[in-house]
Write a protein that binds this ligand. Structure first.
Ligand code: ADP
Length: 394
C-alpha cells in the first residue's frame, strides 16, 4: 500500500511517498518558492535525485501537478491508482480536533475557522489539501494536526494567567506544536524503557523547536504555546519574552505590532543573538572559532532548555528518559552537551564519546539516573500510520 505524506507551507510543498505498513520511503521531494517564476522541484527516488529549476509555479495546484507528473514520468508509480491515501500535516487543530480526521468539506471549513490561530500555516495547509483533493478525488485524504498530541494537557498547564474570557471567546491558550514528532519519538522511548509507567521529556530541536513532558505516553505540557513563537530561542524565533517589549519598541523605533512580531519570529533566536545565521552549523562553527555572540546564542538557548527540563522534571515527578530529536537534536552534539551539562544536578549524565557518534543511540553514561537518547524523528511515517488507521474505520 502506498501513502503520500504532504506538508504544505506558504511557499513550499514537501512530500514523501511511503510503502506501508512496511514504513519504507519510496520517494520524497519538495517544491520550493511556490508563487514565483523561479520555483524549484526536487524529486528523490531509487537513489536518484532530479532537480528542476526556474519553473513557473504560481500556486499550490501547479505544485501538486508537478509532484504527480514527476512520480509518473519517473515511473515511481505507474498510475495514480497506486496511491492509496494522502495524509496532510495541518499545523493548528485547535480544540476542534482531538485526533486526526478523514477530510471532507466540513473538515476543511473547520480547519479554515482556525486560520486566526495560525495565520501563517493553516491557510497554506488548506491550499495543499484542496489541490490534492482535486487531483485525487477518489482517494482518502486525512488531516494530521501538530496540536492533537497536546490535547491531553490539563487546564492548569494550557491556560495562561490572562482574563478567562480571552480563552472562552477567542481560544487564547497554549496549544503546542510538533505533536506528531513528540508522539513518534516518545512512543519509541516508551517501548525502549519497557515498563508501563514512563516519564519522558522530548527535546525536538530544529529550526523550530519545542520540549514536551510525556507522562505514560501522554503530553502533559509543552513549551510552544498559542503559536510556535513561545518557548526557548530557536533558529530565528525568540521564544518567551516580556510582552512589554511591544510597547518599548513602538516608543523607541516606531515599530508597529506586526513589525515587532515579525522581528520576534524571523530575526531573533540564533540569528538575532549571533548576528551571523539561523543555522546551527554556522553558529557552532563560529563559536568554535571564538565568536562570542555565536557562543552566547548556544548558551542562551541551552540555558532556557535546561529551565524547561528542570520544570518538567518536577511536573513529571522524576524522569526516565530525555530524548533529543530533529535537525539540531539529532546532529549538533555541541548543543546536546551545552544542555546536558546544565542539568547534571538532576542525575542526567552524558558520555562525551557516545555523544560524538551519529544516528539512533543512547548517549547517557552508565551512572546516569536518566537515559539520554538521540532518536531520529519521522513525522511522515506518523502521518502515513494515521491514514491507514482511519482508512480502516472509514
Ligand atoms: P525544521 O524542520 O524546523 O525546518 P530541521 O529539523 O530540519 O528544522 O532542523 C534544521 C537545523 O538542523 C538547522 O539549524 C541545521 O543546522 C541543523 N542540522 C541539520 N543537519 C545537521 C548536521 N548534519 N549537523 C549539524 N546540524 C544540522
Amino acid at each position: 500500500m502506498k501513502i503520500l505524506s504532504v506538508n504544505a507551507g506558504s511557499s513550499s510543498l514537501k512530500f514523501q511517498l511511503l510503502q506501508m505498513p512496511e514504513e519504507i520511503e519510496i520517494s520524497s521531494g519538495l517544491v520550493e518558492r511556490i508563487g514565483n517564476k523561479n520555483a524549484e522541484f526536487t524529486l528523490k527516488f531509487n537513489g536518484n535525485k532530479q532537480v528542476l529549476k526556474d519553473l513557473v509555479v504560481l500556486d499550490h495546484s501547479v505544485a501538486v501537478d508537478l509532484v504527480i507528473k514527476g512520480l509518473l514520468q519517473n515511473k515511481v508509480i505507474q498510475s495514480l491508482d497506486e496511491i492509496d491515501g494522502v495524509g496532510h500535516r495541518v499545523v493548528q487543530g485547535g480544540e476542534l480536533f482531538k485526533d486526526s480526521v478523514v477530510i471532507d468539506d466540513d473538515v476543511v471549513i473547520k480547519i479554515a475557522s482556525l486560520n486566526d490561530l495560525a495565520p501563517l500555516h493553516n491557510p497554506a495547509n488548506i491550499i495543499g489539501i484542496n489541490a490534492f483533493r482535486k487531483a485525487l478525488p477518489n482517494v482518502i485524504q486525512v488531516a494530521v494536526f501538530d496540536t492533537t498530541f497536546h490535547q491531553t494537557m490539563p487546564k492548569e498547564n494550557f491556560l495562561y494567567g490572562v482574563p478567562y474570557e480571552w480563552y472562552e471567546k477567542h481560544g487564547v491558550r497554549k496549544y503546542g506544536f510538533h505533536g506528531t514528532s513528540h508522539q513518534y519519538v516518545s512512543q519509541l522511548a516508551h517501548q525502549r524503557l519497557n515498563k508501563e509507567n514512563t516519564k519522558i521529556i522530548v527535546a525536538h530541536i530544529g529550526n523550530g523547536a519545542s520540549l514536551t513532558a510525556v507522562l505514560n505516553g501522554k503530553s502533559i505540557d509543552t513549551s510552544m504555546g498559542l503559536t510556535p513563537l513561545e518557548g526557548f530561542p530557536m533558529g530565528t524565533r525568540s521564544g518567551n519574552v516580556d510582552p512589554a517589549i511591544f510597547q518599548l519598541m513602538q516608543q523607541k523605533e516606531g515599530y508597529s505590532l506586526e513589525k515587532t512580531l515579525n522581528e520576534l519570529n524571523k530575526s531573533s533566536g540564533y540569528l538575532g543573538i549571533s548576528g551571523i545565521s539561523h543555522d546551527s552549523r554556522d553558529i557552532v562553527q563560529a563559536a568554535e572559532a571564538g565568536n562570542e555572540r555565536a557562543q552566547l546564542a548556544i548558551d542562551i538557548q541551552a540555558k532556557r532548555i535546561a529551565d524547561y527540563i528542570a520544570s518538567y522534571y518536577v511536573l513529571l515527578g522524576g524522569l526516565d528518559a530525555l530524548v533529543f530529536t530533529a535537525g539540531i537534536g539529532e546532529n549538533a552534539k555541541e548543543v546536546r552537551e551545552a544542555v546536558c551539562k546544565r542539568v547534571e544536578v538532576l542525575g542526567i549524565k552524558i558520555d562525551a564519546e557516545l555523544n560524538n557518534s551519529r544516528g539512533d543511540k543512547e548517549i547517557s553514561r552508565k551512572d546516569s539516573l536518566v537515559k539520554v537518547w538521540v532518536i531520529p524523528t519521522n513525522e511522515e511515517v506518523m502521518i502515513a500510520r494515521d491514514v491507514i488507521r482511519l482508512q480502516k474505520h472509514n
